[in-house]
Design a protein around this ligand. Structure first.
Ligand code: NAD
Length: 292
């Protein structure tokens, strides 16, 4: 078999970001509010990466850092102010929130027209009804990666097994692939015979957070494998980021595969910026500043 195609999300995201930067020259005032509650180290790193990505393409980031002790009412008030500020085009709340805050209620308070993460029930509803392909950023990033090999491999009619049924990755990705007329199975922690199921797949997408959950004997020859998992492991050289797939042993079995790092991760950030531009095009330009 030929060498597998390495779906390098780092390179693709750089290209996508350059393309967007050229488009955004025409709308220099585009802005994204990034709300971070508390001082979780990993969340800080993610938010900083999003802020930097905004700056690189000419989007104006509005960082909002809030104390971990903020009350739900205070946070909702802050979001309301941003909802009513016509200079703010997108709002994201970095998850997870501290336990005393109700994430669902907080996400629901964001104006759907500014809901850059596509976590609001209105936007998710449209995605699930098949009337919109606006979706959470990781799912959009996965579709961008698959689109990059569309000349050699098309989604239509493929059997897809998605391992992991979360609202931020597994379920919305299933909806986007269904819109492309693939056949989808979603597996989760109670799924029986995961190996047999995976062996039926032309495309495996895994988003669980368990090292080496997908091994060579679970992947049929010529399948495409997208690894969303992010796990930090200790090695003699220090901490290392790995996915959910036993990459070294699985790769030769595949037609195309994402590495970790430099796979889905950078695409998620790039897709977030495209989501902001999508919202801007949909609601801001057409409706004459009507963002409330
Ligand atoms: P989650 O915890 O919300 O969901 C995990 C899912 O995996 C659940 O549906 C659960 O039932 C399923 N699961 C657990 N154990 C399983 C098993 N043994 N077999 C089959 N299914 C099992 O997780 P999430 O937020 O979707 O994140 C999943 C992983 O993806 C994490 O490693 C996370 O860090 C990573 N992630 C990466 C990106 C990115 O941009 N690369 C974005 C989001 C999440």
């Amino acid at each position: 078999m030929n060498n597998p195609i390495l779906l390098n999300g780092y390179t693709l995201s750089q290209k996508k970001n350059e393309d967007l930067k050229k488009i955004l020259v025409k709308c220099p005032s585009l802005s994204l509010a990034t709300i971070l509650v508390g001082d979780d180290k990993a969340s800080h790193i993610y938010v900083q990466a999003k802020i930097k990505a905004c700056q690189n393409v000419g989007i104006n980031p509005i960082p909002v850092f809030l104390s971990k002790d903020i009350t739900e009412q205070e946070l909702l008030k802050k979001i309301e102010l941003l909802n009513n500020d016509s200079t703010v085009h997108g709002i994201l709340v970095q998850l997870p929130l501290p336990d005393h805050l109700n994430s669902h209620k907080v996400l629901e308070s964001i104006n759907p027209k500014k809901d850059v993460d596509c976590f609001h029930p209105f936007n998710i509803g449209n995605l699930y009804a098949g009337v919109s392909d606006f979706a959470p950023a990781t799912s959009v990033g996965i579709m961008m990666l698959l689109d990059s090999i569309r000349e050699q491999w098309s989604i239509e009619s493929k059997n897809v097994v998605i391992v992991g049924a979360s609202n931020i990755v597994g379920k919305p990705t299933a909806m986007l692939l269904l819109q492309k007329e693939a056949t989808i199975t979603i597996a989760h922690k109670k799924t029986k015979n995961l190996k047999e199921l995976c062996l039926t797949a032309d495309l495996i997408i895994i988003a669980v957070g368990k090292v080496n959950l997908i091994t060579k004997d679970m992947v049929r020859k010529g399948a495409v494998v997208i690894d969303v998992g992010m796990n930090r492991i200790q090695t003699e050289q220090g901490t290392k980021l790995v996915g959910d797939v036993d990459f070294e042993n699985v790769k030769d079995q595949t037609f195309a595969i994402t590495p970790v790092p430099k796979g889905v991760g950078p695409m998620t950030i790039s897709a977030l910026l495209y989501n902001l531009y999508f919202l801007y095009q949909q609601h801001y330009t057409k409706n004459n500043n009507d963002l409330r």
